[in-house]
Design a protein around this ligand. Sequence first.
Ligand code: LHQ
Length: 263
Amino acid sequence: MTEHPLITELSDGVLTLTLNRPDKLNSFNEAMHMALRAGIERAHEESAVRAVLITGAGRAFCAGQDLGDRDPRKMDGPPDLGHTLETFYNPTLRLIRSLEKPVIAAVNGVAAGAGANVALACDIVLAARSARFIQAFSKIGLTPDAGGSWSLSRLVGEARAKGLALTAEPLPADRAADWGLIWKALDDDDLMPEARAFAAKFAAGPTRGLGLTKMSIQSAATQSFSDQLDIEAGFQREAGRTADYAEGVSAFLDKRNPEFRGQ
Ligand code: LHQ
């Protein structure tokens, strides 16, 4: 029996999506692409989902595109890889960025090519110390995709972005954290417990406020200071009308822990 390429589990508000092609280091084939997209779409649609956790089965997070699926020797002419990106990667990446809920990547092992950049599109990236990030594209004559050129240059600046992309040198998780590419590197055994704890905390948090926080930080990069002040005011107006804001302030004044309901 063929294993499903994505293991999906919803528990206590956390939707966990585990890339599940361990023999191929969880590289993307079409079935895995479509399953991951369906998982993120579900997170958009269901209010019961209040946080998403993406990780990989086995020893890798994801080795990018399954290169066996895109073997030029088995094709009549040159492939249209732009079509592959437009059809499979880009819609999913846009769904991750536009999801108004936190998305955590638990990078359990190597993350290469588009696999690294799917992780970097997430909101909180945690990585096992043994994991490494490889912008593998230049090794096979390609150029960063899956948002990598955008994410790398914003997260670590042009010099490091170019260094990573042009050399394809593996970046160990600790250095990725030191450089600000990811949120945290953790001992391997601590990765999943800590990632689940993060996800659980978000899932029990003020969902609308967290979603607006994500949108606010994302919008800031392309706004003037003055325009961003207006955006903040609009978002805060909306956050201030939520039941979770009322609960947060009441709990503070009553000196108790808040019980957010994601409303
Ligand atoms: C793989 C893969 C893989 C298939 C490991 N495919 N089998 C977008 C649009 C369209 C087309 C092209 O691409 C893109 C975006 C991209 O993602 S381009 C970049 C694609 N990814 C890569 O170039 C990375 C290729 N993989 C590697 O360099 C190594 O496997 C890494 C450094 C990730 C891990 O190295 P090792 O730990 O030494 O493992 P391994 O190489 O022995 O791999 C284990 C198995 O996984 C092996 O299969 P086998 O049957 O021999 O056990 C690999 O063939 C398979 N595998 N990556 N992307």
